[in-house]
Design a binder for this molecule. Sequence first.
Ligand code: R5P
Length: 278
Amino acid sequence: MDWGMKNRFSRIIRPENERCVMLAVDHGYFLGPTEKLENPRETIQPLLKYADSLMLTRGVLRTSVIPESNTPIVLRVSGGSSIVGEDLSKETIVTSIEEALRLNASCLALSIFVGSKYEFQTLKNLSRLVNEGEKYGIPVLAVTAVGKEMTRDARYLGLACRVAAELGAHLVKTYYCEDFTKVVDGCPVPVIIAGGKKLEEKEALKLTFDAISNGASGVDMGRNIWQSENPVAMIKAVRAIVHDNHDVESAFQLYEENSRSNTSLKTARKKKATTIQN
Ligand code: R5P
């Protein structure tokens, strides 16, 4: 890796512990206004300072994040299909490398759909993006998207991650599964996990803990943070596992403590507002 590439990469995976907490808010690019992400600015703002990096599209970046923010950007540059369209795997590169540079992206993200109808096209997209990224020193995160018909097991996810790494991805995002170490061991670049659908907070923390214990370098988590009752408390608890080696129980305790203090803060603010009005 040259200097620029290394520098950008170290903004995504922290060099001191080789871990990362990436906050994913890119769901709208195919899902539209996802629950609790209807107003991205409102969702992102309180969480920004707790995220090591932010994964999103250029549209949400420009409209919903202040340019003075210092949080590294992972720019999703693939798209072109929606949940109501013909086939979700039919993606192309929708944002140019020049635009990514103008937006000061630290990393580019693109989905690959291994085993799908458009596998070839999405793998070609990845190869092209890696070539462009190498030219300008921007790392590429390959997102191993899983179609409904694919089984999320170590064999399939291991295959998808390995293919992504072989094509030059610098970092791979996948899903946690049984025998996850096989996925990590077969992939020569760092692997991070998506949170997936909203779970109970403790379950999501267990997922995080299991992934980290089995070799994941961190999380690229969205819904399990911002769809939580207490998103700030949740991201803090996830950080405690990823960066401070907390176990599930102590991270959940932290979540509950932070949720309580957040609720009393809100109540105090409401009381104060009512007193002023009266
Ligand atoms: C898919 O929409 C994106 O790649 C998400 O960034 C990814 O799935 C992570 O978000 P979540 O934790 O909500 O699954």
